[in-house]
Design a protein around this ligand. Sequence first.
Ligand code: ADP
Ligand code: TRP
Length: 331
Amino acid sequence: MDIVVSGIRSTGRLHLGNYFGAVRQFLGMQRTHQCYFFIADYHSLTTHPDPAALRASTRQVLIEYMACGIDPGKAVIYRQSDIPEIPELYMLLNMHAYVGELERVASFKEKVRKQPGNVNAGLLTYPVLMTADIIIHRARWVPVGKDQEQHLEMARNFVQRFNRLYGTDFFPEPYPFRQSDGQMVKVPGLDGSGKMGKSDGEAQAIFLSDDPTLVRKKVMRAVTDSGPTTENAPIADTISHLFQLLELVSPPDVVQHYLDTYAQCSIRYGDLKKQLAEDIIAFLTPIQEQIKVLEADEAQLKRVLNEGAEKARQSAGYTLRTVRELMGFNT
Ligand code: ADP
Ligand code: TRP
């Protein structure tokens, strides 16, 4: 059976971009594949080295994953830092990763721009750690959003190199999970400037834990344009972010209504925003109810992490033993 691995950095609460970019795909796959879902707490060190915040946000990410429906009865859920085989594989892979290729990665260049005072080696080798996360279970599919496409390309390079160097086909090449139209998901932010994310200001992201008042406030402040002026014009880039969000959370007839009124130039963005806010709230309500239940159940959270770590280590242990043998250690 094909293996699936996905992770989210423990840098705080999940937003709609995380949900529709990664978690939703995973929900479908956990019924049909052997799935591993982890909290990438080592990865968060590249930007947020704060022990108390790390502990709190790791717990929050676990709660929110499970509140979305990631089911410890179907998938293995664990913390990256509970699996010592991951950093060992990362170290081994680093010996075959070239500084030149790592320096060319777009996310690295962006971090160099954004945090020039903290260009650490972990940032440079981020794609190597991510590769270790994936191939530690010999995964073939990785449900992630569009922003991770290049990291997966790197993972395939590292896998090909390893297999070639050691004359093996032990590791399958990992591919991003794509939608039926072949696309990877990119959820736009409310300001329309790019992807929804926590790093570009809280106001342009809707978090799974945002209460209805906050959701209404953020959506009503979303950036719009001055409206269509010619009939049957395609949706302008300056307003497409709101249509894209509507498509994610609203029923098809509602989406169609706004597409029709846009085409007729009779659309009122105020109405669209009210509808979008209410549909986001309806989407979030059951998740928030689950968040409350899980927040109060420390015993379950502990159990999930303990059992997850044990299962993940079995699979990781097998990989590491094979890798060490292939590379000529302990033989
Ligand atoms: P963030 O980008 O907010 O820091 P992460 O980097 O932890 O979030 O992303 C975790 C997962 O969520 C990744 O699979 C990433 O591709 C996905 N993701 C994050 N933001 C978006 C978005 N706006 N659209 C689609 N997927 C996203
Ligand atoms: N790099 C991913 C992100 O920023 C998180 C991540 C780390 C990941 N390791 C992974 C995702 C392995 C999928 C598989 O979103």
